[in-house]
Structures are given as C-alpha cells and as structure tokens.
Ligand binder design. Structure first.
Ligand SMILES: O=c1ccn([C@@H]2O[C@H](COP(=O)(O)OP(=O)(O)O[C@H]3O[C@H](CO)[C@@H](O)[C@H](O)[C@H]3O)[C@@H](O)[C@H]2O)c(=O)[nH]1
Ligand SMILES: [Mn+2]
Length: 447
C-alpha cells in the first residue's frame, strides 16, 4: 500500500554522487519500496543529470544554503568544510512528508526496508568504527523546520567534532546510545561494505540478512572500473578488503549497467525524436576511452575519426550525448559529457525564482508527479565559499564492449561562466574571488 506522505531521501551535490543516487533509487524500486523517492540536489548538478534523476525519483528538489539565517553564513564562511553537512540537514525541511528515511548516495538496498517507517526519530545504526556513535548514512527522521533550525543553531554554536554531519548529528542526538534501544537500527540496515570484520562468525551468521550496504569511506563504487562481460569490477591494485566487498560492488555495477546507463540512451532517443536528424552531440568528438583503461578498443569498433563530422550544430543546452553508431553489441553504450554549469534543462534559460516543473516520467503506474523545485527567490549564495573543485565535477562515462568506467573530470570554468557565477552571487570567497586575489588583479591592472 503506497504511503505518499513518507519518503526515502538522498542527497547528491554533484554529478558524480548523482550516479550513486541513481543506483540507490533504482535499488529501492527493485525492492518495491512503497514510499516516495526524493533526491536533494544543489545548483552544481548539471541539467542532464537533473533530467536523468527524474526518471528514477519522484521528486528532485534543489536546495541551497541561502535560506538559513545570516549568522549561519557568517559562521560557515569560517568553516567551509561544513558545507555538505549543512546540505544534508536540509532533509528536515521536507515538511510535506510526515516521516522519512535518509540514505547516503553511496548505499545500496538489497531487500525491502519499508519496515524502517515503524521507527521514530532519531533512529540509526551503530558506526562500525565507534559503535557508541551512530553512522549517519542511514537514519529515520521527522521533517520539521523547528528541528532544522535547532540543528543549524547547534552547528553554529558547537561546530562538528568530525567536521561533517555525522559528528554534528551525534552531538545533537546525544542520547541515542543510551536512551531508547528502539532507536538503534540493527547493523543489517547499514553494513559497511569495506570493513574486514574482526567478528567474522557474526558476519557468517548474519551477513546473509543484510538489507542495506554502505560503501562508506573514500573509495566509492564509481571509482572502480567494471568489466561488463565478466560482470565484475577490475580488482587490479584496488586493495579490495574481501570477497563480500567485491560482490557488493558487482551488484552496484550490475544495476548501473542494466538500469541506469539505458536512461542516458533513452534521453538521447528523446532528443533525437524531438529534433530528428540533429541527435544531440553527433559531430562532437567521440568520447575517448578512460585514461588508463586497460582494455583496448575492440578492433571492429568505430575509430575516433569515423565518429567525427564537422557540419553539425553544437548540441543544445550544454549537454553532449555522443553517438554510438556502430556499437550494436552494447545497447547502453553512450559517452556522456555534460556541463554542470549549464542552466537546468529543459528550462535552460530560466534558473531564477522558485519553480515547480513537471517532467515526463517513465517510472510506470501512470508515473507519480515529478517536480524540480527551482532555487529560492534570492540569488544563490554559496556559503561554502565555492572552494572545492567538486563544485564543477563533470561526469565522463567511458565505455567499450568490455569495460565501463565513470570518470571524474574537474571542469575549468570559462571567463563567461565565472562572470555568470559572480553575477548569480556564487562567489568564491575562499579561492579565486578572495579579496587578496582581487587586489592582486587590481594591482596588475594599475601597473
Ligand atoms: O561531495 C559530496 C559528498 C557527499 N555527498 C552526500 O553526502 C553523503 C555522505 O558522504 P559520503 O562520501 O558517503 O561519506 P561516508 O564515506 O559515508 O562517511 C561518513 O562520514 C560522513 C561525514 O560525516 C557521513 O555523512 C556519512 O554518513 C558517514 O558514513 C553522500 O553519500 C552523499 O549523499 C554529496 O552529495 N557530495
Ligand atoms: Mn556514505
């Protein structure tokens, strides 16, 4: 029985984490989740990924850090590393839901977990590194503007002992470890995939009942290369902790290959239907194999030259879907590059004001309505000071019949993009727009 006032919620602040969110969303659908699926995104997420996300999620909601009070801006300008943390806290603003389960974008759902909605705020599973703390990758919460405000206040007053959301939430919900055992989720709802368990009999006994796997830590599933024919990640030099980790990674990639990659293909087909003969990106240089790719291009695959024509208009809206003519073996093959700084597609030109935009959906059952909520009325101000290259992460999918990889490319902003960012109020206070740098530029100009 679908429950429409409850939701599974995740977060993706860039195109790379979107790949994780897509697999997570699909894994929830595969397990017949009966609640709405919501993804929170930030302005850095590209127009292409916004469209792809609407094919898996019921709601794609853009949040930014503007709507907190000014004292938060001031406090966080001194603590830019807390930017992503603040973003996760935005889940408490989803007050059109009565209860939600938050899942990190690097989690994977292996069985139905609807029973988590029987729990109350704040329920979470122990952190494997320090079990008196909970891990903030999976938790049950109740949206409330009041709680959201208190959390921000707490962040301002106390910061976070680990510099991120897990420390902050643990000190805010500090009675978690002692007050109510019902708020301790069993470990099977948040099993870290890469831990070499010191209590291996327990893993033997309970491992098969795992419901949610969490790829916690610096290396995420999308950092591996995947051999699509063998159905296995390439382990060479990867330092994989154990066999379980390998099978969880393979599962992640299987969903990515079979359910997520085709979404890029269907987007390309929609583009083609909308504008016959001008399939987006034909004529763009073909995506090169991933740097360091261990597999050669197949001998009968297209050469780069055969893919290049020179009289096709540039693909629209800053997104490039590179055609894969001549690659019948791999139905889903697509080289995708997208410009994270381009305005939202299809409302490309207008990214101002709060918008609620219905998007077509192919999620079945008549399709739940899908909304992209635009940024707030005020110009977005990136209180993180825009210091990290993650702000401009670009996805580059490289595919052959053998191997798939998701490359992270840091995009250099063009002067026009820089100007637009400045005009939109996305000012890099810590980096290139810092007063010292501006002063240097002025000095050079005046000399
Ligand atoms: O650039 C980023 C980084 C993170 N996230 C989101 O934030 C989550 C947490 O980041 P992650 O890289 O998954 O952190 P973990 O490796 O899981 O590390 C731990 O530490 C984090 C910081 O305290 C907690 O958020 C996690 O829940 C906890 O498991 C991700 O899953 C995403 O949903 C982004 O969208 N963009
Ligand atoms: Mn995580």
């Amino acid at each position: 029985m679908p429950v429409s006032d409850q939701a599974f919620v995740t977060l993706a602040t860039n195109d790379i984490y979107c790949q994780g969110a897509l697999v997570l969303g699909q894994s929830l659908r595969n397990q017949r989740a009966t609640r709405k699926l919501v993804v929170l995104i930030t302005p850095q997420v590209s127009s292409l990924l916004r469209v792809i996300l609407t094919k898996v999620f019921d709601e794609v909601i853009e949040v930014n850090l503007i709507d907190s009070a000014d004292y938060i801006h001031l406090a966080f300008l001194k603590r830019p590393e807390l930017g992503v943390t603040l973003t996760k806290l935005h889940c408490w603003t989803l007050t059109h839901y009565s209860k939600c389960v938050f899942l990190d974008a690097d989690t994977l759902v292996l069985s139905n977990i609807d029973e988590l909605f029987d729990r109350t705020e704040f329920s979470a599973a122990p952190d494997p590194g320090w079990p008196d703390c909970f891990n903030s990758g999976v938790f049950v919460f109740q949206p409330s503007l009041e709680t959201h405000g208190l959390l921000l206040q707490h962040a301002t007053n106390h910061g976070s002992f680990d510099g991120a959301d897990q420390g902050l939430l643990n000190s805010f919900f500090s009675s978690w470890s002692t007050a109510d055992i019902h708020k301790h989720l069993p470990f099977i709802y948040n099993l870290s995939s890469n831990t070499a368990y010191t209590y291996s009999p327990a893993f033997k006994r309970f491992g098969s009942s795992v419901k949610v796997v969490h790829f916690l830590g610096p290396t995420k599933p999308w950092n591996y290369k995947y051999n699509s024919q063998m159905g296995s990640v390439l382990e060479e030099g990867s330092g994989l902790a154990n066999q379980h980790q390998t099978s969880f990674l393979n599962l992640w990639w299987k969903i990515y290959q079979h359910s997520i990659l085709p979404l890029y293909g269907s987007f390309r087909d929609e583009e083609e239907r909308a504008s016959p003969g001008h399939s987006a990106g034909i004529g763009e240089p073909y995506a090169k194999p991933a740097v360091g790719s261990s597999q050669p291009w197949p001998a009968d695959g297209p050469s780069e030259q055969t893919m290049v024509t020179d009289d096709t208009p540039p693909s629209p809206k800053g997104c490039h879907l590179e055609d894969t003519v001549g690659w019948p073996e791999l139905e889903t093959s697509a080289g995708v590059r997208c410009d994270p700084l381009s305005p939202p597609y299809p409302q490309c030109a207008d990214s101002s004001g709060t918008q609620t935009t219905s998007q077509p959906t192919d999620k079945g059952e008549g399709g739940p309505s899908v909304e992209i909520l635009g940024p707030s009325q005020e110009p977005p101000v990136d209180v993180t000071g825009d210091p990290s290259p993650q702000d401009a992460l670009e996805v580059d999918l490289a595919m052959s019949v053998f191997e798939i990889s998701i490359e992270e490319k840091v995009k250099e902003s063009s002067p026009e993009e820089e100007r637009r960012k400045w005009e939109e109020g996305r000012i890099d206070y810590m980096g290139k727009d810092a007063f010292a740098r501006i002063q240097e530029k002025l000095d050079r100009f005046l000399q």
